[in-house]
Design a binder for this molecule. Structure first.
Ligand code: ZN
Length: 413
Protein backbone atom coordinates (compact mmCIF):
# COMPACT_ATOMS: atom_id res chain seq x y z
CA UNK A 1 0.00 0.00 0.00
CA UNK A 2 2.86 2.33 0.86
CA UNK A 3 4.50 1.66 -2.50
CA UNK A 4 1.29 2.60 -4.30
CA UNK A 5 1.04 5.81 -2.25
CA UNK A 6 4.66 6.65 -3.08
CA UNK A 7 3.95 6.06 -6.79
CA UNK A 8 0.82 8.27 -6.81
CA UNK A 9 2.27 10.96 -9.12
CA UNK A 10 3.90 8.38 -11.38
CA UNK A 11 0.63 6.51 -11.85
CA UNK A 12 -1.29 9.66 -12.75
CA UNK A 13 1.54 10.79 -15.01
CA UNK A 14 1.52 7.50 -16.93
CA UNK A 15 -2.28 7.64 -17.27
CA UNK A 16 -2.02 11.27 -18.49
CA UNK A 17 0.67 10.37 -21.00
CA UNK A 18 -1.55 7.61 -22.39
CA UNK A 19 -4.48 10.05 -22.67
CA UNK A 20 -2.23 12.35 -24.74
CA UNK A 21 -1.83 9.62 -27.37
CA UNK A 22 -5.07 10.00 -29.40
CA UNK A 23 -5.90 6.34 -29.98
CA UNK A 24 -9.24 7.19 -31.55
CA UNK A 25 -11.37 4.28 -32.71
CA UNK A 26 -12.72 4.36 -35.33
CA UNK A 27 -10.48 4.31 -37.25
CA UNK A 28 -7.77 3.15 -34.82
CA UNK A 29 -5.28 6.01 -34.70
CA UNK A 30 -1.86 5.95 -33.02
CA UNK A 31 -2.15 2.37 -31.80
CA UNK A 32 1.51 1.64 -32.54
CA UNK A 33 2.67 4.67 -30.56
CA UNK A 34 0.46 3.76 -27.60
CA UNK A 35 1.50 0.10 -27.63
CA UNK A 36 5.15 1.24 -27.68
CA UNK A 37 4.57 3.65 -24.77
CA UNK A 38 3.02 0.86 -22.70
CA UNK A 39 5.76 -1.56 -23.75
CA UNK A 40 8.44 0.93 -22.65
CA UNK A 41 6.74 1.36 -19.28
CA UNK A 42 6.44 -2.40 -18.75
CA UNK A 43 10.09 -2.93 -19.76
CA UNK A 44 11.16 -0.22 -17.30
CA UNK A 45 9.33 -2.26 -14.66
CA UNK A 46 11.34 -5.36 -15.53
CA UNK A 47 8.67 -7.24 -17.45
CA UNK A 48 9.42 -9.49 -20.37
CA UNK A 49 7.53 -7.65 -23.12
CA UNK A 50 6.00 -8.80 -26.38
CA UNK A 51 4.61 -6.33 -28.90
CA UNK A 52 2.04 -8.23 -30.94
CA UNK A 53 0.54 -6.91 -34.18
CA UNK A 54 -2.82 -8.58 -34.90
CA UNK A 55 -1.60 -10.33 -38.04
CA UNK A 56 -4.28 -12.01 -40.09
CA UNK A 57 -7.07 -9.68 -39.02
CA UNK A 58 -8.62 -7.68 -41.91
CA UNK A 59 -8.71 -4.51 -39.79
CA UNK A 60 -4.93 -4.74 -39.21
CA UNK A 61 -3.82 -2.53 -42.14
CA UNK A 62 -0.72 -0.52 -43.04
CA UNK A 63 -2.68 2.71 -42.48
CA UNK A 64 -4.12 1.58 -39.14
CA UNK A 65 -2.07 -1.26 -37.68
CA UNK A 66 -3.63 -3.10 -34.76
CA UNK A 67 -0.86 -3.60 -32.18
CA UNK A 68 -1.22 -5.23 -28.75
CA UNK A 69 1.31 -5.55 -25.97
CA UNK A 70 1.86 -8.03 -23.13
CA UNK A 71 4.32 -7.69 -20.25
CA UNK A 72 5.05 -10.78 -18.19
CA UNK A 73 6.72 -11.35 -14.84
CA UNK A 74 7.63 -15.01 -14.45
CA UNK A 75 6.62 -16.58 -11.16
CA UNK A 76 8.51 -18.85 -8.80
CA UNK A 77 6.51 -21.78 -10.12
CA UNK A 78 5.25 -22.70 -13.58
CA UNK A 79 1.61 -21.97 -12.81
CA UNK A 80 -0.99 -20.20 -14.96
CA UNK A 81 -0.70 -16.41 -14.83
CA UNK A 82 -2.97 -13.78 -13.40
CA UNK A 83 -3.62 -11.49 -16.35
CA UNK A 84 -4.57 -7.81 -16.13
CA UNK A 85 -5.93 -6.47 -19.40
CA UNK A 86 -6.89 -2.97 -20.48
CA UNK A 87 -7.95 -1.64 -23.86
CA UNK A 88 -6.19 1.52 -24.96
CA UNK A 89 -8.48 2.53 -27.82
CA UNK A 90 -10.92 5.37 -27.13
CA UNK A 91 -14.06 6.58 -28.85
CA UNK A 92 -13.89 9.92 -30.76
CA UNK A 93 -13.91 13.03 -28.57
CA UNK A 94 -17.20 14.35 -29.97
CA UNK A 95 -18.50 17.82 -29.22
CA UNK A 96 -19.09 19.75 -26.00
CA UNK A 97 -15.63 19.71 -24.42
CA UNK A 98 -14.38 22.57 -22.28
CA UNK A 99 -10.92 20.92 -21.96
CA UNK A 100 -8.50 19.54 -24.50
CA UNK A 101 -9.74 15.95 -24.93
CA UNK A 102 -6.18 14.79 -25.56
CA UNK A 103 -4.42 17.17 -23.18
CA UNK A 104 -4.14 14.77 -20.25
CA UNK A 105 -4.79 17.71 -17.92
CA UNK A 106 -4.79 17.11 -14.17
CA UNK A 107 -6.88 19.65 -12.25
CA UNK A 108 -8.89 19.63 -9.05
CA UNK A 109 -8.00 16.03 -8.27
CA UNK A 110 -9.15 14.78 -11.64
CA UNK A 111 -7.43 13.53 -14.76
CA UNK A 112 -9.30 14.86 -17.78
CA UNK A 113 -9.41 13.60 -21.33
CA UNK A 114 -10.96 11.13 -23.71
CA UNK A 115 -10.11 7.70 -22.38
CA UNK A 116 -9.15 8.94 -18.91
CA UNK A 117 -12.02 6.99 -17.39
CA UNK A 118 -12.53 4.42 -20.16
CA UNK A 119 -9.89 3.18 -19.55
CA UNK A 120 -6.37 4.51 -19.57
CA UNK A 121 -6.49 5.27 -15.83
CA UNK A 122 -7.40 1.62 -15.31
CA UNK A 123 -4.53 0.50 -17.48
CA UNK A 124 -2.11 2.68 -15.51
CA UNK A 125 -3.58 1.26 -12.27
CA UNK A 126 -2.96 -2.28 -13.52
CA UNK A 127 0.62 -1.46 -14.52
CA UNK A 128 1.38 0.10 -11.14
CA UNK A 129 -0.41 -2.52 -9.08
CA UNK A 130 2.11 -5.01 -10.40
CA UNK A 131 5.00 -2.55 -10.07
CA UNK A 132 4.10 -1.79 -6.44
CA UNK A 133 4.36 -5.49 -5.62
CA UNK A 134 7.78 -5.60 -7.27
CA UNK A 135 9.01 -2.49 -5.43
CA UNK A 136 7.75 -3.94 -2.17
CA UNK A 137 9.66 -7.14 -2.87
CA UNK A 138 6.54 -9.33 -2.74
CA UNK A 139 7.38 -12.78 -4.05
CA UNK A 140 4.81 -14.39 -6.30
CA UNK A 141 4.45 -18.05 -7.16
CA UNK A 142 2.29 -17.61 -10.26
CA UNK A 143 3.32 -15.38 -13.17
CA UNK A 144 1.69 -11.96 -13.57
CA UNK A 145 0.83 -10.48 -16.96
CA UNK A 146 -0.34 -7.02 -17.97
CA UNK A 147 -1.66 -6.44 -21.47
CA UNK A 148 -2.75 -3.38 -23.40
CA UNK A 149 -5.04 -4.15 -26.31
CA UNK A 150 -6.84 -2.46 -29.18
CA UNK A 151 -10.34 -2.21 -30.59
CA UNK A 152 -12.48 -2.96 -27.53
CA UNK A 153 -14.79 -0.15 -28.60
CA UNK A 154 -15.33 -1.82 -31.98
CA UNK A 155 -15.68 -5.42 -30.83
CA UNK A 156 -12.17 -6.33 -29.70
CA UNK A 157 -11.50 -8.93 -32.38
CA UNK A 158 -7.99 -7.63 -33.12
CA UNK A 159 -7.36 -7.04 -29.42
CA UNK A 160 -8.33 -9.48 -26.68
CA UNK A 161 -10.02 -11.63 -29.33
CA UNK A 162 -6.70 -11.94 -31.15
CA UNK A 163 -4.72 -12.67 -27.97
CA UNK A 164 -7.23 -15.39 -27.09
CA UNK A 165 -7.24 -16.86 -30.61
CA UNK A 166 -3.43 -17.04 -30.55
CA UNK A 167 -3.09 -18.70 -27.17
CA UNK A 168 -1.84 -15.71 -25.20
CA UNK A 169 -4.92 -16.00 -23.01
CA UNK A 170 -5.69 -19.68 -22.54
CA UNK A 171 -6.75 -22.09 -19.78
CA UNK A 172 -3.24 -23.61 -19.39
CA UNK A 173 -1.56 -20.20 -19.41
CA UNK A 174 -4.10 -17.98 -17.61
CA UNK A 175 -5.87 -18.59 -14.29
CA UNK A 176 -7.85 -15.36 -14.19
CA UNK A 177 -8.30 -12.13 -16.13
CA UNK A 178 -9.03 -8.79 -14.49
CA UNK A 179 -10.11 -5.96 -16.80
CA UNK A 180 -9.87 -2.53 -15.11
CA UNK A 181 -12.90 -1.02 -16.85
CA UNK A 182 -14.40 1.91 -14.89
CA UNK A 183 -16.91 0.20 -12.61
CA UNK A 184 -15.71 2.18 -9.59
CA UNK A 185 -13.50 1.49 -6.61
CA UNK A 186 -15.97 -0.74 -4.75
CA UNK A 187 -17.72 -2.65 -7.52
CA UNK A 188 -16.69 -5.89 -9.21
CA UNK A 189 -18.33 -6.64 -12.54
CA UNK A 190 -18.88 -10.37 -12.90
CA UNK A 191 -20.30 -10.47 -16.40
CA UNK A 192 -22.64 -9.03 -18.97
CA UNK A 193 -25.90 -9.53 -20.84
CA UNK A 194 -25.84 -11.15 -24.25
CA UNK A 195 -26.01 -9.20 -27.49
CA UNK A 196 -27.73 -10.09 -30.75
CA UNK A 197 -27.42 -7.58 -33.57
CA UNK A 198 -29.37 -8.50 -36.64
CA UNK A 199 -30.58 -6.97 -39.84
CA UNK A 200 -34.06 -7.56 -41.19
CA UNK A 201 -34.66 -6.93 -44.87
CA UNK A 202 -38.15 -6.69 -46.35
CA UNK A 203 -38.25 -7.46 -50.06
CA UNK A 204 -41.21 -6.03 -52.03
CA UNK A 205 -41.86 -5.40 -55.72
CA UNK A 206 -41.22 -2.15 -57.59
CA UNK A 207 -44.04 -0.47 -59.53
CA UNK A 208 -45.02 3.02 -60.68
CA UNK A 209 -45.68 5.29 -57.72
CA UNK A 210 -48.89 6.56 -59.29
CA UNK A 211 -50.21 2.97 -59.32
CA UNK A 212 -48.85 1.64 -56.03
CA UNK A 213 -51.41 -1.17 -55.96
CA UNK A 214 -49.45 -2.81 -58.82
CA UNK A 215 -46.39 -3.21 -56.57
CA UNK A 216 -45.65 -4.41 -53.07
CA UNK A 217 -44.20 -1.86 -50.64
CA UNK A 218 -41.30 -3.21 -48.65
CA UNK A 219 -41.60 -0.22 -46.31
CA UNK A 220 -45.17 -1.16 -45.48
CA UNK A 221 -43.94 -4.71 -44.88
CA UNK A 222 -41.29 -3.47 -42.48
CA UNK A 223 -43.89 -1.39 -40.65
CA UNK A 224 -45.70 -4.62 -39.79
CA UNK A 225 -42.52 -5.98 -38.25
CA UNK A 226 -41.89 -2.73 -36.35
CA UNK A 227 -45.46 -2.88 -35.01
CA UNK A 228 -44.83 -6.37 -33.69
CA UNK A 229 -41.55 -5.30 -32.09
CA UNK A 230 -43.26 -2.38 -30.35
CA UNK A 231 -46.59 -4.00 -29.43
CA UNK A 232 -45.66 -7.62 -28.75
CA UNK A 233 -41.94 -8.18 -28.25
CA UNK A 234 -41.19 -4.98 -26.34
CA UNK A 235 -43.78 -5.53 -23.59
CA UNK A 236 -42.81 -9.21 -23.35
CA UNK A 237 -39.12 -8.36 -22.89
CA UNK A 238 -40.02 -5.88 -20.17
CA UNK A 239 -41.46 -8.75 -18.12
CA UNK A 240 -38.24 -10.78 -18.25
CA UNK A 241 -35.86 -10.00 -15.40
CA UNK A 242 -32.42 -11.49 -14.90
CA UNK A 243 -31.02 -12.72 -11.62
CA UNK A 244 -27.71 -11.10 -12.60
CA UNK A 245 -26.92 -7.84 -10.77
CA UNK A 246 -27.00 -5.72 -13.93
CA UNK A 247 -26.52 -1.96 -13.47
CA UNK A 248 -28.21 0.35 -14.20
CA UNK A 249 -31.30 -1.50 -13.00
CA UNK A 250 -33.32 -0.65 -16.11
CA UNK A 251 -31.10 -3.10 -17.95
CA UNK A 252 -32.06 -6.01 -15.71
CA UNK A 253 -34.81 -6.48 -18.29
CA UNK A 254 -34.27 -7.82 -21.75
CA UNK A 255 -34.28 -4.97 -24.29
CA UNK A 256 -34.44 -4.22 -27.99
CA UNK A 257 -33.45 -1.10 -29.90
CA UNK A 258 -33.87 -0.19 -33.57
CA UNK A 259 -30.44 1.11 -34.55
CA UNK A 260 -31.41 2.30 -37.98
CA UNK A 261 -33.73 1.93 -40.92
CA UNK A 262 -33.44 2.57 -44.64
CA UNK A 263 -35.81 1.78 -47.46
CA UNK A 264 -36.90 2.75 -50.94
CA UNK A 265 -35.36 5.88 -52.39
CA UNK A 266 -32.88 7.88 -50.37
CA UNK A 267 -34.75 11.01 -49.20
CA UNK A 268 -31.95 13.21 -50.57
CA UNK A 269 -32.04 11.71 -54.06
CA UNK A 270 -34.02 13.24 -56.90
CA UNK A 271 -37.37 11.52 -56.51
CA UNK A 272 -38.92 9.33 -59.15
CA UNK A 273 -42.27 7.59 -58.71
CA UNK A 274 -41.42 4.11 -57.45
CA UNK A 275 -42.86 1.68 -54.91
CA UNK A 276 -40.14 0.73 -52.42
CA UNK A 277 -38.88 -2.72 -53.29
CA UNK A 278 -36.62 -3.00 -50.26
CA UNK A 279 -36.46 -1.84 -46.69
CA UNK A 280 -33.89 -2.85 -44.12
CA UNK A 281 -33.46 -2.18 -40.45
CA UNK A 282 -30.79 -3.10 -37.93
CA UNK A 283 -31.78 -4.13 -34.41
CA UNK A 284 -29.85 -4.39 -31.16
CA UNK A 285 -31.36 -7.02 -28.92
CA UNK A 286 -29.78 -7.39 -25.47
CA UNK A 287 -30.73 -10.66 -23.89
CA UNK A 288 -30.46 -12.18 -20.46
CA UNK A 289 -28.31 -15.08 -19.35
CA UNK A 290 -31.58 -16.89 -18.64
CA UNK A 291 -32.83 -16.36 -22.22
CA UNK A 292 -29.75 -17.51 -24.11
CA UNK A 293 -28.80 -16.80 -27.71
CA UNK A 294 -30.63 -19.70 -29.37
CA UNK A 295 -33.98 -18.83 -27.85
CA UNK A 296 -33.45 -15.14 -28.61
CA UNK A 297 -32.66 -15.85 -32.23
CA UNK A 298 -35.65 -18.22 -32.61
CA UNK A 299 -37.98 -15.64 -31.11
CA UNK A 300 -36.92 -13.04 -33.69
CA UNK A 301 -37.32 -15.53 -36.53
CA UNK A 302 -40.87 -16.32 -35.34
CA UNK A 303 -41.73 -12.63 -35.14
CA UNK A 304 -40.44 -12.05 -38.67
CA UNK A 305 -42.57 -14.97 -39.89
CA UNK A 306 -45.57 -13.36 -38.23
CA UNK A 307 -44.92 -10.08 -40.03
CA UNK A 308 -44.61 -11.95 -43.30
CA UNK A 309 -47.99 -13.61 -42.71
CA UNK A 310 -49.56 -10.19 -42.14
CA UNK A 311 -48.62 -8.93 -45.56
CA UNK A 312 -48.64 -11.43 -48.39
CA UNK A 313 -46.22 -10.52 -51.16
CA UNK A 314 -43.48 -9.24 -48.89
CA UNK A 315 -40.61 -11.61 -48.21
CA UNK A 316 -38.30 -11.11 -45.23
CA UNK A 317 -34.73 -12.17 -44.64
CA UNK A 318 -32.71 -11.96 -41.42
CA UNK A 319 -28.96 -11.63 -41.22
CA UNK A 320 -26.89 -11.85 -38.07
CA UNK A 321 -24.51 -8.95 -37.55
CA UNK A 322 -23.05 -9.80 -34.14
CA UNK A 323 -23.97 -12.36 -31.52
CA UNK A 324 -22.43 -13.05 -28.13
CA UNK A 325 -23.93 -15.00 -25.30
CA UNK A 326 -24.24 -13.57 -21.82
CA UNK A 327 -21.43 -14.43 -19.41
CA UNK A 328 -21.18 -14.66 -15.67
CA UNK A 329 -18.15 -15.53 -13.57
CA UNK A 330 -19.35 -17.48 -10.50
CA UNK A 331 -19.45 -15.46 -7.27
CA UNK A 332 -17.35 -18.18 -5.66
CA UNK A 333 -14.49 -17.80 -8.17
CA UNK A 334 -11.16 -16.99 -6.46
CA UNK A 335 -10.75 -13.83 -8.54
CA UNK A 336 -14.05 -12.48 -7.17
CA UNK A 337 -13.06 -13.40 -3.61
CA UNK A 338 -9.62 -11.80 -3.91
CA UNK A 339 -11.04 -8.53 -5.20
CA UNK A 340 -13.93 -8.29 -2.74
CA UNK A 341 -11.57 -8.96 0.17
CA UNK A 342 -9.14 -6.33 -1.15
CA UNK A 343 -11.97 -3.80 -1.54
CA UNK A 344 -13.08 -4.38 2.04
CA UNK A 345 -9.51 -3.89 3.24
CA UNK A 346 -8.66 -0.79 1.16
CA UNK A 347 -12.00 0.98 0.79
CA UNK A 348 -13.40 -0.12 4.14
CA UNK A 349 -16.80 -1.25 2.95
CA UNK A 350 -18.21 -4.37 1.32
CA UNK A 351 -17.84 -4.71 -2.43
CA UNK A 352 -20.90 -4.77 -4.66
CA UNK A 353 -21.05 -7.37 -7.40
CA UNK A 354 -22.52 -5.91 -10.58
CA UNK A 355 -22.99 -6.91 -14.18
CA UNK A 356 -22.80 -4.88 -17.35
CA UNK A 357 -25.74 -4.09 -19.65
CA UNK A 358 -23.40 -4.26 -22.65
CA UNK A 359 -20.58 -6.58 -23.56
CA UNK A 360 -16.89 -5.86 -23.26
CA UNK A 361 -13.76 -7.97 -23.73
CA UNK A 362 -14.96 -10.53 -21.16
CA UNK A 363 -16.78 -12.21 -24.05
CA UNK A 364 -13.52 -13.12 -25.81
CA UNK A 365 -11.93 -14.39 -22.61
CA UNK A 366 -14.94 -16.67 -22.05
CA UNK A 367 -15.76 -17.68 -25.61
CA UNK A 368 -12.43 -17.87 -27.46
CA UNK A 369 -9.92 -18.36 -24.65
CA UNK A 370 -12.18 -20.56 -22.53
CA UNK A 371 -10.92 -18.99 -19.31
CA UNK A 372 -13.87 -19.06 -16.89
CA UNK A 373 -12.52 -16.55 -14.36
CA UNK A 374 -12.87 -13.02 -15.69
CA UNK A 375 -14.06 -9.86 -13.98
CA UNK A 376 -13.88 -6.13 -14.52
CA UNK A 377 -12.63 -3.89 -11.73
CA UNK A 378 -11.14 -0.45 -12.15
CA UNK A 379 -11.25 3.26 -11.32
CA UNK A 380 -13.72 5.79 -12.64
CA UNK A 381 -17.42 6.40 -12.92
CA UNK A 382 -18.99 4.32 -15.69
CA UNK A 383 -21.39 7.17 -16.50
CA UNK A 384 -18.36 9.31 -17.47
CA UNK A 385 -17.34 6.92 -20.25
CA UNK A 386 -17.69 8.38 -23.76
CA UNK A 387 -18.90 11.77 -22.34
CA UNK A 388 -17.56 15.26 -23.05
CA UNK A 389 -15.13 16.40 -20.33
CA UNK A 390 -14.52 12.76 -19.42
CA UNK A 391 -12.42 12.48 -16.27
CA UNK A 392 -11.22 10.03 -13.67
CA UNK A 393 -10.68 10.94 -10.05
CA UNK A 394 -7.02 10.75 -9.02
CA UNK A 395 -8.06 9.34 -5.64
CA UNK A 396 -9.96 6.55 -7.41
CA UNK A 397 -6.92 5.71 -9.51
CA UNK A 398 -4.75 5.34 -6.43
CA UNK A 399 -7.39 3.40 -4.48
CA UNK A 400 -8.03 0.92 -7.26
CA UNK A 401 -4.30 0.43 -7.78
CA UNK A 402 -4.10 -0.66 -4.15
CA UNK A 403 -7.06 -3.00 -4.52
CA UNK A 404 -5.61 -4.53 -7.68
CA UNK A 405 -2.21 -4.99 -6.03
CA UNK A 406 -3.71 -6.78 -3.03
CA UNK A 407 -5.90 -8.98 -5.21
CA UNK A 408 -3.01 -9.94 -7.49
CA UNK A 409 -0.89 -10.71 -4.42
CA UNK A 410 -3.61 -13.02 -3.06
CA UNK A 411 -4.08 -14.75 -6.40
CA UNK A 412 -0.38 -15.35 -7.04
CA UNK A 413 1.06 -16.09 -3.62
ZN1 ZN B 1 -13.79 0.45 -21.92
Amino acid sequence: MAEVERARDEIVDVAARLVRIPTVNPPGEAYEACAEAIAAQLRAHGAEVQVLPATGRPEHTAAHPRVNVIGRHAGAASAPAVHLNGHFDVVPAGLGWTRDPFGGEVAGGRLYGRGSCDMKAGLAAAVFAVEALRRAGVAHRAPIEVSGTVDEESGGFAGVGWLAAHGFIAPDRTSAVIIPEPFGVDRVCVGHRGVYWFEVVAHGRIAHGSMPYLGVSAIEGMSHFLDLVRDELGPLLATRVTAMPVVPEGSRHATINVNGIEGGQAPDATPSPCVADHCRAVFDRRFLLEEGLDRTRAEIAALVAKAEARMPGVRFTIEDRLAFDANRTPDAAPVVGALTAAIQQVVGRPAALVASPGTYDHKHVARIAGVPQCVAYGPGDLAMAHQPDEYCSVEDIVTSTKVLALAVMTLTE
